[in-house]
Design a protein around this ligand. Structure first.
Ligand code: ATP
Ligand code: MG
Length: 633
C-alpha cells in the first residue's frame, strides 16, 4: 500500500498491511495464535472454489470458549458483562465465572429442547443480558443464532423466521424505550401466525413488565428452566472452523435484507486481531459499544470481540438522552471505559444537547471513540473530537464483513487522522476502486470508483448468503465488469496520501446533465451551513437534466430563509451544477432503526413512486411528514 509519510510516518502500518496480502497464510496463522484451538488446522486457507473461501480448514475451536471459558479459567473474578438499564433502573455485573454459569445453564436448557449443532435459534429480545447468554450458549453447543433486532414488528420478524427456520425462539415479555413499555409477546405471536415455518419452542425471558400468556407444549420460561438445570456442566463443542456460527440480516437500507452467514474460526481470529490492532482494547479494561445486539456492531463489539479480548463489555439498555444527554459519559466514567464505539447518528443527537455534558464526567480512562455505520461528516467529527478531547476514529464496514474494512489501526502505529475519511484498508482487505462502466481500477487521486475487494476476503467475512449461494455469487461478486470482485456498493475516492473517502452508495450517485455527483458530497457541503442540523440529498428524475438533487433539511432554528441560503452556499462551494433544485425544510428525516437515511424511500416519494419495503423504518411519521412537504412543494 502506498501511504504518504504524513499518513504513516513510521511506515509500520503499510508494512503490516502489505504482509497480510503478500503472505496471507503466514499472517493469519500468526493472528490465529490470539485464540485457543482444540485441534490445529491443516490448511490456513482453501481457495479452491472462488468466490467462496475457507479459513483454518480442519481446525477445531469454539467462540464461547474463547469469549468466556478461557478467561474464567485464568481470571474468574474479573468483570465480563456489565449491564446497565436506564429503562428499568437496574445495573448488574457478571464476572467471567458467573457468566460461564449463566451460559452453561442456557446451553443446558437449549439442549433439553433438542437444540444441537446446526439448529437455528432465533433471538428476538431487547437489550437484556439473557440475550447475550443465549448467543453464547448457541455458540457453545454449535447451534446457529439468528438475532433479530428487537425494534422490528411482526411482519419483519415473520419474514426472518421463515428464512432462518428456527427450532426455538428466545424472546421477552416486553421491552422498554424512553420509559414506555412495549410488549414483545403480541408481536411474536402475530409473527408466528404469519410465518409458514412452525416453531416448536419459545423460551421466554420474563422481566415482569407485562403478563405472559403461555401456550402449553410450546412455551418455557427462563427462570424456571434455569432452576431445573442449575449446576449442570455443558462442554463447548469442538467445532470445525468453517461450521456456521450465526446468520444476521443486513440493515435493509437498500431493499430486502440479506441473511449474512458467518463461520466460527475465521470470525474469532478476525475479531481477536481487530481488538488488538484496531481497537487497542486490553484484558481487564472495559469496552462500551452503544449499538444493539440486533446489529453486526452488537455481535462483533458488544458480545464477541471484547470478551474474546478478555475485556468487560458494557451493555446499555436505554436512550442516549434519558435521563439526559450525559448518561453515556457518566457510565463510561463509572466503569472506566477505555474504548467506546458508537454511531454518527447518535453523536448528532448529542450535538443538539448541552456540550457541557461531555466535560462533566471523568473520562481520563477513555483512549478513543470509534464511530461507524454511516458517513461521519466533518462538522460532526470535529464537534465530538473537540468536545471530548480524544481521538475520534471513523470506521467503515458492513454486516457482510463483520469487522472494519477501512479505519486507522490504533494498535499498530500512530497514524495521522483525516476528518471526513475513515482511513485506509485493514489487513487482508484487497481494496480497489473500480470504474463501474469499464471494470478498470481507478488509481488517480480524487477520482471516483466503486469500492471493491479482490478475492479472497479476509477471515471473518460472510461465507455466503444463508440458504442462497447463488445470491452471494451474483449479488456480491457479479455486479462489476472485469475480473470477479466483491462489490461494497459504495462509491469512494482516494487522496494522494492514501486515505479513502466514502461518498455514498453506488445507487446514490446522481447524474446531473452528465455530471456524476455523490449525494454525500452535497450533504457534506449543506451540513456545513450554520443553520442546518441535518440534511439528506436524493437524486430525483428530471426530464431535462436526467436527474437533479433535492435537499431535505432539518433546521437548527426556525428555518426562515434557509432554502435560499442553502442554495447559495452550495453554489459558492461546489458550483451551480450541484445546487439542489429544491430545498425542503422539515422537522425529522426518515431513517432505519439503525439510524441510516432511507434515501431509497425518499427518492420514491419525490418521484411519485411506491416506497417499497419499509419494514426497517424508525418512525413512520417522518416519512408522512416528508410526503406532506413534497406534496406542498
Ligand atoms: P442493506 O445492505 O440491507 O441495504 P445496509 O447496507 O445499510 O443495508 P449495513 O451492513 O448495516 O446494512 O451497513 C453497511 C453500509 O453502511 C455500508 O455499505 C455503507 O454504505 C454504510 N457505512 C457503514 N459505515 C460507514 C462509514 N464509516 N462511512 C460511510 N458509510 C458507512
Ligand atoms: Mg449493505
Amino acid at each position: 500500500m502506498t501511504l504518504s509519510a504524513q499518513a504513516d510516518p513510521t511506515g509500520q502500518y503499510a508494512a503490516f498491511y502489505d504482509r497480510s496480502l503478500a503472505e496471507p497464510e503466514a499472517f493469519w496463522a500468526e493472528q490465529a495464535g490470539l485464540i485457543d484451538w482444540f485441534e490445529p488446522w491443516h490448511q490456513v486457507f482453501d481457495g479452491s472454489q472462488p468466490p467462496f473461501a475457507k479459513w483454518f480448514v480442519g481446525g477445531r475451536t469454539n467462540l464461547c470458549h474463547n469469549a468466556v471459558d478461557r478467561h474464567a479459567a485464568t481470571r474468574p473474578d474479573a468483570a465480563a458483562l456489565i449491564w446497565s438499564s436506564t429503562e428499568v433502573d437496574q445495573e448488574k455485573t457478571w464476572t467471567f465465572a458467573e457468566l460461564l454459569r449463566e451460559v452453561q445453564a442456557m446451553a443446558a436448557v437449549l439442549q433439553d429442547q433438542g437444540v444441537g449443532e446446526g439448529d437455528r435459534v432465533l433471538i428476538y429480545c431487547p437489550m437484556v443480558p439473557e440475550a447475550v447468554f443465549a448467543m453464547l450458549a448457541c455458540a457453545r453447543i454449535g447451534a446457529i443464532h439468528s438475532v433479530v433486532f428487537g425494534g422490528f414488528a411482526s411482519l419483519s420478524l415473520a419474514g426472518r423466521i421463515d428464512d432462518a427456520q428456527p427450532k426455538l425462539i428466545v424472546s421477552c415479555d416486553a421491552g422498554s424505550r424512553g420509559g414506555k413499555v412495549t410488549a414483545y409477546q403480541p408481536l411474536l405471536e402475530e409473527a408466528l401466525r404469519q410465518s409458514t415455518h412452525r416453531t416448536e419452542r419459545v423460551l421466554w425471558i420474563d422481566r415482569g413488565l407485562q403478563p405472559l400468556q403461555r401456550t402449553a407444549g410450546r412455551d418455557l420460561v427462563w427462570h424456571e428452566e434455569r432452576e431445573r438445570v442449575a449446576g449442570r456442566a455443558v462442554p463447548c463443542a469442538a467445532l470445525e472452523s468453517n461450521q456456521i456460527s450465526y446468520t444476521l440480516y443486513t440493515s435493509g437500507t437498500t431493499g430486502k435484507p440479506k441473511g449474512v452467514q458467518r463461520d466460527v474460526g475465521g470470525y474469532a481470529v478476525a475479531l481477536a486481531m481487530s481488538m488488538k490492532h484496531i481497537f487497542d482494547g486490553r484484558p481487564g479494561e472495559t469496552y462500551f459499544s452503544t449499538s444493539d445486539i440486533g446489529w453486526v456492531v452488537g455481535h462483533s463489539y458488544i458480545v464477541y470481540g471484547p470478551l474474546i479480548a478478555g475485556m468487560a463489555t458494557l451493555m446499555y439498555e436505554g436512550l442516549p438522552v434519558r435521563p439526559d444527554a450525559g448518561v453515556w459519559w457518566r457510565l463510561a466514567a463509572k466503569h472506566k471505559v477505555s474504548v467506546m464505539f458508537s454511531a454518527p447518528t447518535a453523536v448528532r443527537v448529542l450535538r443538539k444537547a448541552d456540550p457541557a455534558y461531555l466535560t462533566q464526567s471523568d473520562l481520563s480512562g477513555l483512549r478513543s471513540l470509534f464511530l461507524a455505520g454511516e458517513p461521519l461528516d466533518e462538522p460532526t467529527a470535529r464537534w465530538i473530537r473537540d468536545a471530548l478531547g480524544k481521538p475520534v476514529i471513523d470506521n467503515y464496514w458492513q454486516t457482510e464483513t463483520g469487522w472494519p474494512i477501512l479505519t486507522l489501526a490504533r494498535g499498530v502505529a500512530p497514524m495521522h487522522e483525516r476528518l471526513g475519511s475513515p482511513g485506509v484498508p485493514m489487513p487482508g482487505y484487497r481494496a480497489v476502486l473500480v470504474d463501474p462502466e469499464t471494470g478498470e481500477p481507478v488509481t488517480e487521486p480524487g477520482h471516483k470508483g466503486v469500492l471493491a475487494m479482490d478475492y479472497p476476503l479476509p477471515p471473518g467475512c460472510l461465507q455466503t448468503v444463508w440458504g442462497d449461494d447463488q445470491r452471494f455469487v451474483n449479488t456480491y461478486w457479479g455486479s462489476l465488469p472485469g475480473p470477479q470482485r466483491y462489490s461494497t456498493f459504495d462509491v469512494a475516492t482516494r487522496d494522494a496520501d492514501g486515505y479513502t473517502f466514502i461518498l455514498g452508495r453506488s445507487d446514490d450517485v446522481i447524474n446531473v446533465a452528465g455530471h456524476r455527483l455523490g449525494t454525500r458530497e452535497i450533504e457534506e457541503c449543506i451540513a456545513s451551513h450554520p443553520g442546518v442540523a441535518e440534511v439528506a440529498v436524493v437524486g430525483v428524475a428530471d426530464a431535462l437534466k436526467g436527474q437533479v438533487p433535492w435537499a431535505f433539511v432539518v433546521p437548527k432554528g426556525d428555518g426562515q430563509g434557509l432554502a435560499q441560503g442553502v442554495q447559495a452556499h452550495v453554489d459558492a462551494q461546489l458550483g451551480a451544477v450541484a445546487r439542489p433544485a429544491r430545498v425542503l425544510v422539515l422537522p425529522l428525516l426518515p431513517k432505519t432503526r439503525s439510524g441510516k437515511l432511507l434515501r431509497r424511500a425518499m427518492q420514491a416519494v419525490c418521484e411519485g413512486r411506491d416506497t417499497g419495503d419499509l419494514s426497517t423504518i424508525e418512525d413512520a411519521s417522518a416519512l408522512q411528514g416528508l410526503k406532506a412537504v413534497v406534496a406542498a412543494a
